[in-house]
Design a protein around this ligand. Sequence first.
Ligand code: CO8
Length: 273
Amino acid sequence: MTISRRSACVVDSPTVSDLVRCERRGPVVVLTLNRPDALNALDAVTLEALRDAAQEAAADPDHRALVLTGEGRAFAAGADIEHMRKLDASAGRAFSQLGHAALDALEAIPFPTIAAVNGYALGGGCELACACDWIYASTRARFGQPEVGLGLIPGFGGTSRLARRVGLAWVKELVLSGEPIGADEAQRIGLVNRVFEPDELLEKAVATAESIARKGPVAVALAKRVLQDGQDVDVRVAHQLEQNAFGWLFGTDDRVEGLDAFLAKRDPKFGGR
Ligand code: CO8
């Protein structure tokens, strides 16, 4: 076992870090927020560890998918309130920028990311889950943006990413009322893709990640890029992005292997080229 100061991953062996645990399961990397006594509240050091872990995961060419979860009874109960109590306006803005940097690093990972929300995902915790490609939740999960009850507003992307997930009316209700919702309601409004029993959640998320890892990695990465980039542009430009990416894939070995394997009725062996 390797011990690191913040976060690091070694193949098929769990690593322990102060705040973000990283475990490789073959091509799947599992990141676990590891401040259970504070319900995985996100202070500056934890956000830095998360940003570093996301960047390290993204840089490893053997990674094919990532699952993010929380240790204990929370995914993350938000930004650290004790930490925020000490901030003035300038430091508060810097803290928001750090949170955005960490979540942007997660969102920029070139392969699929799944948030496995095991418990509370409140405030910055809900925003963190929204920086993953999609969310699976345990029946015990609770989602919410309670910031207005603290005299604050969401500061880690809740006014943008969450709005894109659930639409303006629902994000307004969540942010302006500050009231949390359970897993079933979160699924009903499109925030959560699937709900599992607590003891099944992580394995279901990892199984999905492993299934993705067996697909053509270049195609998966490009599909993710086109889907994300397509959200920020006019629909005609989005169609062009898709056409360009589709055509580009015809020059890859993976495309030859995928089509040949289908025609030969065998499983494909993708080389990721
Ligand atoms: N920050 C710091 N510590 C926390 C947090 C938090 N967000 N949430 C829980 N904790 C700590 C508690 O203080 C407690 O510590 P201790 O044992 O030392 O007293 C421990 O975790 C356990 O919590 P509770 O005893 O409160 O557990 P309960 O089961 O009674 O309640 C709740 C669980 C309902 C989740 C409750 O802890 C709670 O309401 N937490 C706060 C939730 C919240 O308001 N989150 C939003 C925070 S604001 C935010 O996220 C803004 C994001 C953008 C920031 C932008 C920066 C500029």
